[in-house]
Design a protein around this ligand. Sequence first.
Ligand SMILES: O=C(O)CCC(=O)C(=O)O
Length: 320
Amino acid sequence: MSKPPRLTTGQFADARMRMTLGGLGFDGRPSGAPVVAPIAPPPRPDPAIALALRRREWALDVAERQRALSPRTGGVPVVESLSSDDFLDHFYAPGRPVVIRGAMAGWPALAKWTPAYLAETVGAAEIEYQGGRSGAADFELAKDRHRQRMPFDRYMAMIAREPGNDAYITAYNNAGNSAALAPLMADLGDLPRYLTPASGMMWIGPADTFTPLHFDLTNNLLAQIVGTKRILLAPPSETGRLHNRRHVFSDVHDLADPARLANYPSAKAVRHFTVDLAAGDLLYIPIGWWHQVRSLSFSVMLTYTNFLWPNAGHESFPEG
Ligand SMILES: O=C(O)CCC(=O)C(=O)O
């Protein structure tokens, strides 16, 4: 049997209206207009699959509640110094986030990277950034549409004048920025307890940039060099409450916005943790953990994925 044609939202609403009128004895078609195929109601989920899903949600939920019983297994601890083995045993392997303080002590960037130093060191070399974000609801999904270029010193002057979410150098721009930002790399150290030698991806933006709620397809290490970011983290067991229809994103968008929570009541119950990541801090975010990020000041951060241990979860991600 041939499949019915896919309808746009407008065609769908129009066809539903015609079906309703038809049911009342009206034919709303202008004379001579083509007959639109009747719309089938959305398929009911197979009860066995629906039950299996509810049981999986239940299993994830009770396991999460159990982890929260001990401060050594629940929450997001802050530790001052962490050996390679302790990081692997307590965080990387079990997939638990952690803030690590002091691991970047002595990196020249922590003392040197003022906005003026950055602008002077990189100068007018052209960089790529994400622009025009504040007027677009789907700026994270349509990243290519938002790629823009500008000399770096002009970018720095622009974000100093106009804080907010409109312009942001993100990891997505990394390939386009590695040559321009290369003079800064001499100010960075390495993290041999956790990472192989490889450069990180730079994020540079003003106060109030916002990365909406999503999870990553790799384990990530965030290294905050300048300023502070507020990060909300929710475990993968909360996925069922987070309306994950599109790729790695949540329709809820912002767990701190009461208006969004009013539209998505299940998200009000989402267990989550708040981390204010300050200059000098590392944050490990395991693959699959939901997070959203708001910068509370001018911020420079690097993200790394080159861990000493396997990090290939993305290879088996079920794309929809
Ligand atoms: O810092 C940000 O704005 C977003 C960082 C992030 O979400 C990530 O690295 O996955």
